[in-house]
Structures are given as C-alpha cells and as structure tokens.
Design a protein around this ligand. Sequence first.
Ligand SMILES: Nc1ncnc2c1ncn2[C@@H]1O[C@H](COP(=O)(O)OP(=O)(O)OP(=O)(O)O)[C@@H](O)[C@H]1O
Ligand SMILES: [Mg+2]
Length: 302
Amino acid sequence: MSTETQQPTPAGSTAALGTASNSAAAKPSIRIAGLTKIYQMGSETVHALRGVDLVINRNEFVAIMGPSGSGKSTMMNVLGCLDKPTAGTFWLEDERVDQLGATALARVRNEHIGFVFQSFELLNRATALENVMLPLLYSRKHWLGARRLAKAALARVGLGNRMTHRPNELSGGQRQRVAIARALVNEPSLLLADEPTGNLDSRTSEEIIALFRELHDQGQTIVIVTHEEDVASNAERIVRLRDGRVFSDFVTREDPVHGEFLKMMMRQAVEAAGDGGTVPLATAGLPGSPAPQAAGGSEVKP
Ligand SMILES: Nc1ncnc2c1ncn2[C@@H]1O[C@H](COP(=O)(O)OP(=O)(O)OP(=O)(O)O)[C@@H](O)[C@H]1O
Ligand SMILES: [Mg+2]
C-alpha cells in the first residue's frame, strides 16, 4: 500500500518539469492544487482524487497513467470541465474554473476543451461532417462557417474523403479520427483524450498516436490517459496516479518504470535479431528512447 507523505514537486513549483522546448517561455495551461473528488454512493464514500497538485504548461504532451481505479478518468473529467471537483483549485489558462456553475462551465468547455473518448461517442445517424460540425452549432458564433471549418478539421486528420460516411461506414481508426476532428474543430487550447487507443488494434493505435504527435508538433497542448507504455512513449512527460494521488511525475525518458519498459523492448529486439544480428530499427527508434528533453521530475516514494 502507498504510504507517501510528501510531494516534493507540488503544483506551482514544477518549473523543472517543463520540457526543454518550452521551459524558457513556459506558460501554464492547467494549474490544479489540492484537487479532490469524493463520490457518495449511498452509505459508501469513494475518494477518487485525494488532493492532486499538478501544473501542465502550454504545448506540453503529457501522459497520465496508473492502475484501474486510480482516478485518471475522474481527473480528466474535471480537467475537461465535464465534472466539478469536491475541493481544490483549478485554473484553466487564466481563468479559475473550479467554482463555476454549469452554464459557465459549458462555455469554458466550448472555448477551451477538445475531448476524445475511448468509445468515440459519435452520433451514429449523423455523417462524419455533421458529427464534426456539432460543437460549432452549439457555440453559435461559428454557425456561418461551420461546414467549412468542419471540412478543414476532417482534412486535417486525413479524412477529407470520408465526410459523408456515417460512423458504421468507417473503420475504428477512422471513427476515432472523426472524434479527434470534432475535438479540434473549435481550436481548443487543450486536447484531452481518455484512452483514445483503448478500442483500437495496435497498428491503428500507432496511426492515431502519430496523429497526436503531429498535432503536438503543431503546438497543441495534449493530455492523454493510457494504460500502455508504448503509447506513453510518445508523450514528453508521464504523470502516474495511484489511489487518487500523483505517485510520480517525470520527463518520459527519466521515468523509471518507462525505462524498464524500454529496456525490456530492447532485450526482446536483440533476442529476435539473434546473436550478431542487428536490432530492428523500429524498436531501436522507439519514441522515448532518445533523450531530447531537459532533466526534471520527482517521485513520491511508496
Ligand atoms: N460516477 C461515479 N460514482 C461513484 N464512484 C465513481 C464514479 N466515477 C468513478 N468512481 C470511482 O472513483 C474511482 C476512480 O475511478 P476512475 O474512473 O477515475 O478510475 P480510472 O483510473 O480512470 O480507472 P480505469 O483505468 O479503469 O479507467 C474508482 O474507485 C471508481 O469506482
Ligand atoms: Mg478511466
């Protein structure tokens, strides 16, 4: 059981966690402190989040990991303004949002958040184009340009030739691309994805994660929940939750658990190559294995 008593790098002092690429001009996208979420289920009290402190800067690509039930989705729902915390503070960009009511939260969600879900959450009777137009129609300010913007978002995710298809006429990877286009169409400052590759086979997962990387290269701030180390390899930083708390927070290449994963992959590749053989390039070049980023990170010992 976890008995951690201190967090040496709480939110607000995480400058060292900024990546080399953005640390000079790091501006927080997310600042949460003491974030707590308690669910009351009849007589049972569930402490889903027990005081999470975290700063995520603009243009970062962060993976949230942790065992089932550790609070990842709960945290994403709060970050995505789909749910409110029981206690704690949450600043999104320059606005404090933890105390906003439902209408104001919907406005913040519309202005700032793109959310991608494991199960796509598309309207089955609507075409890809109509699905992507939907957030624009809600926001009213884009009514006139909705069709044009939705087409551009679909083109951006490589689905320019599937606009009139309905979800059941698309592959799983294409459905998730539609969902990503829908998340991007409002030009959100923050793209959140809760296990976006959870329902996809490994090849399709790679395509989707490559798309996230591309978006990040274009400057998009991304927070992604995943159970898979090879997916997390693509992020610059891995935040691990355990029992509703931040257990560790490392630049990806310095994350000890991730390091073990990479070593294992390397061993497997060497074995597969046989003695004297060469390591397959695909494995040698695993994202996360090079060391392009600044040092930083902290761990709360169990
Ligand atoms: N709406 C809810 N009502 C009551 N309890 C909830 C609710 N949502 C989540 N929980 C509980 O909160 C805890 C954290 O759940 P959460 O869904 O955040 O975990 P997770 O880390 O996303 O897990 P997984 O990897 O399985 O998706 C769990 O114990 C869960 O049972
Ligand atoms: Mg979850």
